[in-house]
Design a protein around this ligand. Structure first.
Ligand code: ADP
Ligand code: F6P
Length: 320
């Protein structure tokens, strides 16, 4: 393995820069040339290549976003797009590719491997923590802490006004962020896409808590479970209690990565290049049982990581 490429793809996540740094420095330590590919698969198609050296990744371990930038490329999903990307890879002499992103990005990695044989290794980078084969994705911990900081502040104003607050967090298909912030933020309820919610039960609970003296509540809603605005409107309509909505949105994707995300990203980046150096392909590095582990990309994309819905009971018990 002489020349490797690295790209970030899909939604950005805090810690992607730390992963790029680890890939570049590990590659260099093994005598490889490292090429940064800008804007994910879009940059691969269009030849947005940037030779990287140890200095090009100086001072980025604590930066949010991704210095390589990212994109969602429709053209790359087509056979013509993949053929164009494969030609770029062959022309540049890249024989290994590290893809930092989510499961969509791994589908792309497998497609490009099929087309031109380049060896591909995935690193899980998404705030959603929804990837099979790893207990943590890069960015999840930071996103949870960012959301938590806001929720703690919202609780202050909710308590001052005896109000119900609905807080919408990210997670279109997965309730990981919602469940983690609900537990850590002491929320009274959490609605996730994986579990059908019962609005009447929730409203009755809010009334019961109020009759016992709990005058304010935080209800966390994952964006894929329902629209926060609909949940807030229903609560007001059914209970008559003043309810406000706060949609946290893309703030959850930014900011300096937490210690956990920086460390995870560094280990993942190191291990990904090590696998390429061993001639391995079609694998994703992940963390399982506290250990770094490689899983076949085919298994990883076979289905999203399921959430542990028993956590919902813990939220219920804490709310009483
Ligand atoms: P994530 O990697 O976070 O899941 P996306 O699903 O948006 O994000 O995927 C990122 C990019 O990966 C897409 O814009 C597309 O270029 C590529 N991709 C996604 N799905 C496929 C697929 N089935 N085949 C080839 N490329 C894909
Ligand atoms: O996959 C990460 C994520 O932030 C999801 O939680 C969210 O649903 C989505 O990306 C938002 O995507 P976009 O960048 O297109 O707004």
């Amino acid at each position: 393995m002489n020349k490797i490429g690295v790209l970030t793809s899909g939604g950005d996540a805090p810690g992607m820069n730390a992963a790029i740094r680890a890939v570049v420095r590990t590659g260099i330590s093994k005598g490889m040339e490292v090429i940064g590919i800008e804007k994910g698969y879009e940059g691969l198609l269009n030849g947005l290549f940037r030779p990287m050296n140890a200095h090009s990744v100086s001072g980025i371990i604590d930066d949010g976003g991704t210095i390589l930038r990212t994109a969602r490329s429709m053209e790359f999903k087509t056979p013509e797009g993949q053929a164009k990307a494969a030609k770029r890879i062959e022309d540049t002499g890249i024989d290994g590719l590290v893809v930092i992103g989510g499961d969509g990005s791994y589908r792309g990695a497998l497609a490009i491997h099929e087309t031109c044989g380049v060896k591909v290794i995935g690193i899980p980078g998404t705030i959603d923590n929804d990837i099979n084969g790893t207990e943590y994705t890069i960015g999840f911990d930071t996103a949870v802490n960012t959301a938590l900081e806001s929720i703690d502040k919202i609780r202050d104003t909710a308590a001052s006004h005896d109000r119900i607050f609905v807080v919408e967090v990210m997670g279109r298909l997965n309730g990981s962020i919602a469940m983690e912030v609900a537990i850590a933020g002491g929320a009274e309820a959490v609605l996730i896409p994986e579990f059908k919610h019962d609005m009447i039960k929730l409203c009755r609970n809010i009334e019961a808590w109020r009759s016992r003296g709990k005058m304010s509540c935080i209800i966390i809603v994952a964006e894929g479970a329902a629209r926060g605005s609909d949940i807030a409107a229903t609560i007001t309509q059914v209970t008559g209690i003043e309810t406000r909505l706060s949609v946290l949105g893309h703030v959850q994707r930014g900011g300096s990565p937490s210690a956990k995300d920086r460390s995870l990203a560094t280990h993942f980046g190191y291990y990904a290049v090590d696998l390429l150096a061993q001639g391995k392909t079609n694998l994703m590095v992940g963390m399982l049982g506290g250990c770094i582990h490689a899983s076949p990309l085919e298994d990883v994309i076979a289905g999203g990581r399921s959430v542990d819905t028993s956590v919902l009971n813990v939220v219920d018990v804490m709310a009483t």
